[in-house]
Design a protein around this ligand. Structure first.
Ligand code: DUC
Ligand code: ZN
Ligand code: ZN
Length: 493
């Protein structure tokens, strides 16, 4: 008789977002079909004794093969980006299909889809970056994109080439409410940043460290507050991406307690870096420049607390890979000012090892919180939980075997991205994903890549299915009823 499973993962400690158990996992046709003690032998048995068996990470904020608002191309294409993700224990990514003004959304989506199809080694979906929400986009192209599985869009409150005004943000929110999509917001006050930057440059303050001065935490908090107010006005949820500052964490927590439908994400750079890292000789600090910038020790603690208590439900990398040369960070070499450097840091491969080592191993979060923050909540928020984000019968066999005792000293040379440096150089981490499986295929084993270029699949996402808990009843805006804006109901977990 043929073995009942293609693969059995035997004897590991399994963690889901809710529980921890010692059991075997049986996989057939790429799907988990059994979780039980002592499953029968399979065509291939993988020994997981002494290992954590965790859901493969979902990284829902990555920039891959994307042209930035400043016209700079990312260093990673869909091959190097997904290979790097896989080596870090991530099995699904949601990068952006980035619209620039004047470009038609269907063309943008088709272009990204083709490039990803040819190169990705793990599964992926897409968000849209929406820079031009004109009538045709709002009435035809966005509803079609949502039907095609792109159920979230990112919009910007800053950057000359991308910024939407409040009127446009309300248009986008209203559409998302009608169609059951999620709006992700880059919340920074554009004019505050522009105003400070102009004065810094006039005084000859051009070094990378002034990026963090220009992107003051107040600019983040003000825009976040405004985004929440716009969301309340039309009664449509928002997700604040890359929350950096202590005040913004507190703002989100208070808004959630009042019942606002605001969700929030943070990233490794806000746990492990501060603005002081930008203060290096010459232009070296450009390697640590992202927007919003890393802040201070108090904000790091606030982000940890927010991840722990659920205020920040998502932990993503915001992998925005730019090389330390004219193609990315330094268009004018040593003369490059902080306004000209590409914004973004790499993190797709180290996102999980950093949180595992400094969060789980240091006792700041539990292993189940790790799973929720890195996989399950992303699946719920972004309409993937019918197939991804946990270890359960019926879900894709996307998982990683973590050796909790493996010690690693981070260096750029060990990573698989195409960036050439890492902001985490020299850090000592404990715990590493040694075997990574995507839909039942072993894609990484030790230092070997076993997946073929183009073997990742596009996943059409559904509407976000659930929200994170909201404590109160929102002070209701009567506007949605008066304007006929009611859309999809958003259940509470
Ligand atoms: N916003 C991002 O989300 N990523 C990189 C830079 C930025 O401004
Ligand atoms: Zn952003
Ligand atoms: Zn980003």
């Amino acid at each position: 008789m043929a073995a009942p499973f293609d693969v059995t993962i035997r004897g590991g400690r399994i963690a889901t977002d809710r529980e921890t158990l010692q059991a075997d996992i049986g996989v057939r046709d790429g799907v988990i079909v059994a979780i039980d003690s002592r499953l029968p032998p399979a065509a291939r048995d993988i020994d997981a004794a002494g290992r954590w068996v965790l859901p493969g990470g979902i990284d829902s904020h990555v920039h891959i093969e994307q042209l930035s608002g400043m016209g700079r191309m990312c260093a990673d294409d869909f091959y190097s980006g997904t290979v790097s993700a896989a080596f870090g224990g991530t099995t699904t990514i949601i990068p952006f299909a980035a619209q620039h003004r004047g470009k038609r959304i269907p063309d943008v989506v088709a272009d990204y889809a083709r490039r990803a199809r040819e190169k990705a080694v793990i599964d992926y979906g897409f968000h849209l970056i929406l820079a031009d929400p004109d009538e045709e986009a709002l009435t035809q192209h966005l509803p079609q994109a949502i039907r095609d599985g792109i159920s979230s869009f990112k919009v910007y409150m800053t950057y000359d080439a991308l910024k939407l005004d409040d009127y446009q943000l309300l248009d986008v929110l209203a559409l998302a409410g009608r169609e059951g999509a999620l709006v992700m917001i880059h919340a920074e006050n554009h004019d505050m940043i522009r105003w400070i930057a102009q004065r810094l440059l006039e005084r000859g303050h051009t070094a990378p460290k002034f990026h963090a001065v220009a992107h003051d935490a107040i600019a983040e908090t003000e825009a976040s507050h405004r985004a929440i107010a716009l969301s309340r006005l039309v009664d449509v949820p928002v997700l604040l991406v890359h929350v950096a500052g202590a005040e913004t964490v507190q703002l989100v927590r208070s808004a959630q307690r009042l019942g606002s439908k605001v969700y929030a994400e943070s990233c490794p750079q806000y746990l492990f870096l501060t603005a002081d890292d930008l203060d290096l000789p010459g232009v070296e600090g450009a390697k640590f420049c992202c927007s919003p910038p890393p802040r201070d020790a108090r904000s790091q603690e606030a982000v940890w607390a927010g991840l722990k208590d659920g205020t920040l439900g998502l932990y993503s990398s915001d992998h925005a890979p730019y090389r330390f040369d004219a193609s990315g960070k330094l268009p004018r070499g040593e003369a490059t000012t902080f306004k000209e450097m590409a914004n973004g840091v790499p993190g797709i491969e180290l996102r999980l090892p950093l949180l595992f080592s400094e969060g789980v191993q240091q006792g700041r979060i539990t292993i189940n919180e790790f799973v929720a923050l890195t996989a399950t909540n992303h699946a719920r928020m972004y309409g993937l939980s019918h197939c991804k984000g946990n270890l359960a019968v019926g879900l894709d066999a996307d998982l990683a075997l973590w050796n909790p005792d493996r010690e690693v000293t981070v260096s750029a040379g060990m990573l698989h991205d195409n960036v050439g440096y890492t902001p985490y150089e020299g850090r000592r981490l404990r715990g590493w994903p040694e075997l990574v499986m995507s839909r039942g295929r072993v894609v990484v084993e030790g230092d070997r890549l076993l997946a073929a270029r183009g073997s990742g699949r596009y996943i059409a996402r559904r509407s976000p299915e659930a929200t994170l808990p909201a404590a109160g009843t929102p002070p209701a805006s009567r506007l949605p009823a008066m304007l006929g804006l009611q859309g999809k109901a958003w259940p509470t977990l």
